[in-house]
Write a protein that binds this ligand. Structure first.
Ligand code: BES
Ligand code: ZN
Ligand code: ZN
Length: 529
């Protein structure tokens, strides 16, 4: 009883609340002072929740080492501050060590949680990403320009948490959040940390492109931005194909959408040769690149229409995955294809009932001009077959119905290949950016081929029913490759607060899963040799 009372008084004297939940601080001077201090750095340390002993703090090895450095003061202060930290909760300590004026301790949850078979992800990695993101943001709020991060036993996940957690689009604001650079604490896992930084920066590139306003990221600006990112890689060639090229390719479906806008379309083509042999069959990525989707003549409601600046999320994620693959020097060949245009209403726009002809000769009745993504993809998928692909993977913010089906929990994957599915699935368990398999039944195909004027209608005849599935069935009509997967990413396009290590805004999902998938495929080809 007496001990508890002494503890309570001491904790009240040593700990003061800071704005984020469950935070304490000892000797807390004004935060601004630190950013000016010589070599002022923050430190983020993880701590596991202990199942056995209610009070004992289970430090990571970095936490243990730091506690020894400060003669056990960290452990002491933590126990004075109250019960063990729950997952994602933090405590801040100031003045513990001169090199680290501020230390954030953050709860990691259970140690060695492993792969959760119900959640289909690696829980340790997800916990680390979430905890590190919270800790780094807290250091940023203190306006400390550098932060060292505990690798928490998985430096790649820790780096991803830091770099993803701190990202924010504030290009166009005069008042910006302070820039903060995360670094690895200790030196043991440098390579894994660096890998995590590259993966996360890849996703952040996709977030940047998706978040940016449509008057900043037009089709040509998108292509130039990606070209600039790829400029320094001798392994990559970029072609920015103009409208005349698209016309000679007889991409009538893509062109029919593009002609409604004053912005000219672009067909972006990237060729990454990381494979041992430049002739090795490439993985082909295809991404829907509608830089703004107003719906066209089948105009969308005005409320929320601004989000359709991210309707190039497929192009953004696949292009970012290629930039990342090049940065990682992955040993495989990848082709990236992104048909880029706007979907606008105008005197030249598609009208409901118009019939257009795709590259493979199939005719399409455009019954709803808002189902434009599949028109771009039809032509791009036909073109993808020219590369003798090992596999074709397309990504597209294709249907609102996908969001209705799965929300932001997982990307919907429609695939004709269980081999491809298992690679995507395994990759997603590691990245935590999950996938879920969806059907490609003949049932849905019948609903798009039963069409009055053309070979196909661009919407299912029962309109809203199974909307994501009829869209996938439509795309399947343009695929002959044995290994093809369509990723409908409409549901994961943006984040409110569902993914704790991403701030609110466009999510850039599932870039890391695409990269991890490509990395696994490159290992697969090595093992098969
Ligand atoms: N870009 C939209 C799909 C979308 C909706 C993406 C919400 C992200 C969030 C797509 O072009 C579209 O409008 N699809 C229509 C298809 C319908 C007309 C058959 C839709 O989902 O309503
Ligand atoms: Zn649309
Ligand atoms: Zn669209």
């Amino acid at each position: 009883m007496l001990l508890a009372w002494v503890r309570g008084v001491a904790a009240r004297r040593l700990c003061r609340d800071v704005p984020l939940a469950c935070s304490c601080s000892a000797q807390r001077p004004s935060p601004r002072g630190y950013s000016r201090g010589a070599g002022g750095k923050g430190l983020v340390l993880g701590i596991y929740s202990s199942e056995k002993d209610e009070d004992a703090a289970m430090f990571t090895s970095a936490g243990d080492a730091f506690d020894r450095l400060v003669s056990g003061k960290l452990r002491e202060l933590l126990s004075l501050c109250g019960p063990p930290l729950k997952k994602g909760k933090t405590r801040v300590f100031h003045g513990l060590h001169q090199d680290f004026p501020s230390v954030v301790v953050v709860g990691l949850g259970k140690k060695d949680a492993g792969v959760n078979d119900h959640e289909n992800w690696n829980e340790d990695k997800e916990n680390i990403r979430a905890a590190v993101a919270v800790g780094c943001r807290q250091i940023q709020d203190l306006e400390i320009p550098f932060v060292e991060v505990d690798p928490c036993g998985d430096a790649q996940a820790a780096a991803e948490g830091a770099v993803l957690g701190l990202h924010e689009y504030n290009e166009l604001k005069q008042k910006k959040k302070p820039v903060i650079t995360p670094q690895l604490h200790g030196s043991a896992e440098r390579e894994a940390w660096q890998k995590g930084v590259i993966y996360a920066e890849g996703q952040n590139l996709a977030r940047y492109l998706m978040e940016a306003p449509a008057n900043y990221i037009t089709p040509i600006k998108f292509a130039e931005h990606i070209e600039q990112k790829l400029r320094n890689f001798s392994t990559v060639k970029v072609h920015i194909r103009p409208e005349s090229w698209i016309a000679t390719q007889q991409m009538g479906a893509f062109l029919s959408v593009a002609k409604g806008s004053a912005e000219p379309p672009v067909f972006l083509e990237m060729n990454y040769s990381g494979g041992a042999n430049t002739n090795d069959s490439p993985l082909v990525f295809v991404g829907k690149g509608v830089t703004f989707d107003s719906g066209g003549i089948s105009l969308k409601p005005s409320s929320g229409m601004d989000a359709m600046r991210a309707d190039m999320g497929g192009a953004a994620t696949v292009c970012s995955a290629i930039v990342t693959a090049a940065a990682l020097n992955l040993p495989l060949n990848i082709i990236g294809l992104a048909p880029l245009c706007e979907n606008m209403p105008s005197g030249k726009a598609n009208k409901p009932g118009d019939v257009v002809r795709a590259k493979n000769g199939k005719t399409i009745q455009v019954d709803n001009t808002d189902a434009e993504g599949r028109l771009l993809l039809a032509d791009a998928l036909c073109y993808a077959h020219n590369f003798n692909p090992r596999a074709i993977v397309n990504a597209a913010t294709l249907t609102g119905a996908m969001d209705v089906a799965l929300g932001s929990a997982a990307t919907g994957v429609f695939t004709n290949s269980s081999w491809l599915w298992s690679h995507l699935y395994e990759a997603s368990i590691v990245t935590g950016d999950r996938v879920w398999r969806m059907p490609l039944f003949e049932h849905y195909t019948k609903q798009v081929t039963d069409c009055p004027l053309a070979d196909l209608s661009n919407i299912g005849k029962y309109s809203r029913a199974g909307g994501a599935c009829t869209a996938a069935a439509f795309l399947k009509e343009f695929v002959t490759a044995l290994h093809w997967a369509h990723l409908d990413i409409a549901g994961v396009m943006s984040n409110k607060d569902e993914v704790p290590y991403l701030r609110k805004g466009m999510a850039g999902r599932p870039t890391r899963t695409l990269v991890e998938f490509a990395a696994r495929l490159s290992q697969d080809s090595r093992n098969n040799k």
